[in-house]
Design a protein. Structure first.
Length: 585
């Protein structure tokens, strides 16, 4: 095989990309990223030993988090930038190696850099996921599960660090975990424990990011966001980085340019320190996987922050810009901040001014955002009373990372089918499957509460923990169900966090992770009651309204008419759902 990658949900055939990445990653890029991960294992080995000697280097700590983040799906596709990062990783490794002063070191410490990129690609291929064909399948599975958990944790920690929030406990665990990935003395039980610890430390990383966001931009408040467009020059900002958006807003003030959010930037409208800019006018488009057609139709400049980039079409390649860790070959890149100064977005602004912009206003409906932990817990007394009175029967957390692969219509159908006496909490780009629908309210409490980005997972966790505290019970005892879609590695981090908290019956989909072996899957099923279909470990885990009937404890033998009255959906859907329920017995 020319490559092997199975870190995302869309991986080829549900098994692994072996010729070219479904995400657009070439075999060369895959190999260079594999070499980066290999180098980080060596850096982790050295750093963990040096921590025992009270040696710490803040610059290296930040670099390691950035490199993990850069290997997340849909971040860095540029071989030249990856080679530069590998060269820096080699220098870091050599610096730590000299500081430690020991010999008889593992291969992940002793590799050599070359300016010949073909040699680096070869070295990466020799140290990829499947490099050791005879490796224990379950050990490999648990190592990869933790590797992807570390990538997501590093993404949260890097966002937090940019906003001035850090904790050495996070990077110390990252070093320990990276070192463990080349320790052949560890057992399956050891790796299960490390994965749960990864979930625990991830919550701390999420907490740091929450503190960074709310401390800098204020606590989100419920806010109506237009999904139409306004006449005039335009820039659309996608990705996740709120500080990039703020700096762009400051630099475009008074220039006659309207700023739009896209994808995971939608929740930015709920932050008071961002929403105060009058030229932050609307959200444009939906989730990341629709960007090609949406950016093609956008008559202005496009700024991609962090991850979620797809291969740009030639029709807009000259007006899309990347910044931070995200990169695509041939796309203009805005340089990082220097000496604490803001990024210079002048090239993006100049491009926007040279474009036509929107010819006229196109008003469309508003959607609501801003229901993060502070806003929801601020009305917790009303929510608790509604539960006690029976006005609210159940909560569903429906959200997560969206993707283009078939089967994700499940989340739309599920949300549509939830009864009128239930509330949907949602976060991350999975909400675009249903966030433009009108769900109404329960006694003034909206039935759809948008908690925010995938970066705001801490908010959702805190809401669940607070409700459990109010009812003096565990989270698993609440009338709360988790219906989570996953696509990339931040979702893996969130899953590990939920498992650490002991949350059970998480319905994860639309398909199982290819990197989870059958035996590891059995551990998840037995210990955490993660449901799966009986046909095999790669089958879809979602079964439409059967899930809803199961979660709410409704009678599975209801008639078609009863189901229509209960769920208010089309007869064809009910027939399909009833068939599934019958098949399930």
């Amino acid at each position: 095989m020319s490559m092997f990658c199975y870190q995302c949900e869309q991986t080829a055939k549900g098994e692994g990309c072996q010729a070219f990445g479904v995400c657009g990653k070439s075999p060369d890029v895959a190999a260079l990223q594999d070499l980066l991960i290999h180098s980080l294992k060596g850096i982790g080995y050295l750093a963990e030993k040096l921590l025992a000697k009270n040696y710490r280097n803040d610059k290296i700590d930040g670099f390691v988090q950035e490199v993990l983040f850069a290997t997340i799906t849909n971040v860095d596709f540029d071989p030249k930038r990856l080679q530069e990062t590998i060269k820096e990783a080699y220098a870091v490794k050599e610096e730590l190696k000299k500081e430690l002063g020991e010999t008889n070191l593992p291969a992940a410490v002793n590799w050599e850099y070359s300016d010949d990129i073909t040699k680096l690609i070869t070295l990466g291929m020799q140290n990829g996921v499947m490099a050791k064909a005879d490796a224990n399948e379950d050990i490999r599975s648990l190592r990869e599960l933790m590797t992807y958990g570390l990538k997501g944790m590093a993404a949260y920690a890097d966002h937090a660090r940019i906003l001035g929030q850090s904790d050495t406990a996070v990077i110390d665990f990252i070093y320990k975990a990276l070192a463990s990935l080349i320790n052949d003395d560890l057992t399956i039980n050891d790796y299960v424990g490390l994965n749960l610890k990864c979930g625990e430390v991830s919550i701390r990383a999420m907490e740091l990011l929450d503190a960074g966001n709310t401390g800098h931009f204020g606590h989100p408040v419920p806010t109506a966001v237009s999904i139409g467009v306004k006449k005039g020059k335009a820039i659309v900002v996608s990705g996740h980085d709120l500080l990039d958006l703020e700096e762009l807003l400051k630099q475009t003030e008074g220039k006659g340019i309207n700023i739009y959010t896209h994808g995971e930037m939608l929740p930015a409208h709920g932050y008071p320190e961002l929403n105060k800019y009058s030229h932050l006018v609307a959200n444009y488009g939906g989730a990341w996987q629709d960007q090609a057609k949406e950016f093609d139709a956008f008559p202005g400049a496009v700024l991609m922050t962090t991850n979620c980039i797809q291969k740009p079409r030639d029709t807009y390649k000259d007006r899309i810009f990347t910044t931070g860790l995200v990169a695509w070959p041939g796309v203009n890149h805005v340089a990082d901040r220097v000496s604490g100064k803001a990024k210079d977005f002048s090239v993006v602004i100049e491009k926007a001014l040279s474009c036509d912009g929107f010819a006229e206003d196109v008003p469309v409906k508003n959607i609501m955002v801003g229901f993060a932990r502070n806003a929801v817990l601020g009305v917790a007394d009303k929510i608790i009373e509604a539960v006690k009175s029976g006005a609210i029967k159940h909560f569903f957390l429906v959200g997560g990372c969206d993707g283009a692969k078939s089967g994700r219509n499940y989340f739309t159908e599920f949300a549509e089918a939830t009864p009128d006496d239930t509330v949907i909490l949602t976060l991350a780009c999975g909400k675009f499957r249903f966030n433009k629908l009108d769900f109404g309210d329960i006694g003034g409490i909206p039935r759809l509460l948008d908690v925010g980005q995938c970066n705001d997972s801490y908010s959702a966790i805190q809401i669940a923990v607070a409700l459990a505290g109010a009812f003096d019970c565990g989270v698993n005892d609440l009338p709360l169900s988790f219906i989570i879609s996953w696509y990339e590695q931040k979702a893996v981090t969130v899953l590990l966090a939920l498992l650490h908290l002991g949350i059970k019956n998480i319905r994860l989909g639309p398909t199982l992770p290819a990197f989870v072996s059958p035996n590891v899957l059995n551990v998840l099923v037995e210990n955490f009651k993660i449901p799966r279909k009986a046909k095999g470990p790669r089958d879809t885990m979602m079964t439409n309204v059967y899930d809803l009937v199961h979660l709410l404890g409704l009678p599975g033998g209801m008639t078609i008419k009863q189901a229509q009255m209960k769920f208010g959906v089309q007869e064809a859907a009910i027939l399909r759902w009833k068939r599934v329920a019958i098949e399930k017995g």
